[in-house]
Design a protein around this ligand. Structure first.
Ligand code: BDR
Ligand code: CA
Length: 312
């Protein structure tokens, strides 16, 4: 099984991924940590609590970063996820409360309780992971692996021509997290843009998931409008679920080893730079960061089916 902490900013595609983390028989969701990103952090926490309750499986939720580490916050993309992060649908009230600990402390505590066991799956801006590294740098040797939905190597960006949203929203935090000495895989737009969750997929999910299914389908309808306008497709990229697909079904992906860095200033702010392993550069500082895996290929249809099968 895969014990994980899910670091998230729900968000329509985050909600789909949370449902998978709660439902997949091989994933043990130890807790969620929340960050600003698609919404403000209080809304993210509310949505994370709500989704756990709707699934009948409340898990600890620890609230984290309210803004980037260094710079002021970029505005939230309300036309993509809605003001409430879930496509502006009416939501039932939440019964439970957040864990009293800060997200970063929750990560540090949980990783130290089960050294070698816990995977961190992060699908929002990376301030919580960066703060956890600051509190306890030894977690780099204690996590099982770190899976990041973020960045783009060949695909181009979705916020600027070069920057993907999760990296762009806190490039300084991303720089720290993507260059730390821990086993890391980047699941970026190179693969998430190859996966499309169609209305037919969502119909099956809605039917199978009861109350939770209504929220997933309602928010999907809003998100679908954005994809129709922005990419001209009928369906949505289930970005954050693809990180979980990598965790459980790495056989569906092609990866390459190499070294990552993040541009933190200027017009390329938030760009992820990738130096493939073994390639010599005249300025060799690009290969001075730790070796990581980057996903560059995927069987997109198989991933979309895996998501749907997990939730049906
Ligand atoms: C990422 O940005 C957010 O809007 C999504 O939830 C996803 O994590 C895709 O670029
Ligand atoms: Ca997200």
């Amino acid at each position: 099984t895969y014990p994980i902490i899910f670091d998230t900013d729900p968000g329509v595609d985050d909600a789909q991924a949370i449902a998978i983390a709660l439902r997949h028989p091989e994933i043990e969701l130890l807790g969620m940590t929340t960050t600003f990103g698609n919404v403000d952090v209080e809304t993210a926490t509310h949505n994370a609590l709500l989704l756990g309750e709707l699934a009948g499986k409340p898990v600890p939720v620890a609230q984290g970063a309210a803004c980037p580490m260094v710079k002021p916050r970029h505005p939230a993309p309300k036309h993509i996820h809605g003001d409430n992060g879930l496509g502006n649908i009416d939501l039932p009230p939440v019964a439970g409360q957040a864990d009293p600990r800060n997200a970063a402390q929750f990560i540090v505590d949980t990783v130290n309780q089960r050294p070698g066991d816990v995977s961190l799956v992060a699908v929002g801006p990376l301030g919580n992971l960066a703060a956890a590294l600051q509190i306890d740098p030894s977690i780099v040797t204690k996590v099982k692996q770190v899976v990041i939905m973020g960045g783009s190597i060949r695909e181009g960006g979705n916020v600027t021509p070069v920057a993907e949203a999760n990296i762009f929203n806190d490039a300084h935090a991303a720089q720290k997290v993507l260059t730390a000495e821990w086993p890391l895989t980047l699941v970026g737009l190179d693969v998430t843009h190859r996966c499309v969750l169609t209305p037919q997929h969502m119909e099956r999910i809605e039917t199978a998931q009861g109350e939770l299914g209504k929220v997933l389908a309602g928010s999907y309808a809003f998100y679908r409008n954005f994809y129709r306008q922005a990419l001209g497709i009928d369906g949505c990229c289930p970005h954050d679920s693809v990180a979980l697909a990598w965790l459980v079904r790495p056989d569906l992906f092609e990866t390459q080893r190499g070294h990552l860095n993040v541009v933190t200033e200027g017009s390329a702010e938030g760009q992820t730079l990738f130096a493939p392993k073994g390639r010599a550069f005249i300025q060799d500082r690009w290969s001075q960061t730790p070796e990581v895996d980057v996903c560059l290929g995927v069987d997109g249809q198989a991933v979309s089916n895996w998501i749907t099968d997990t939730l049906s």
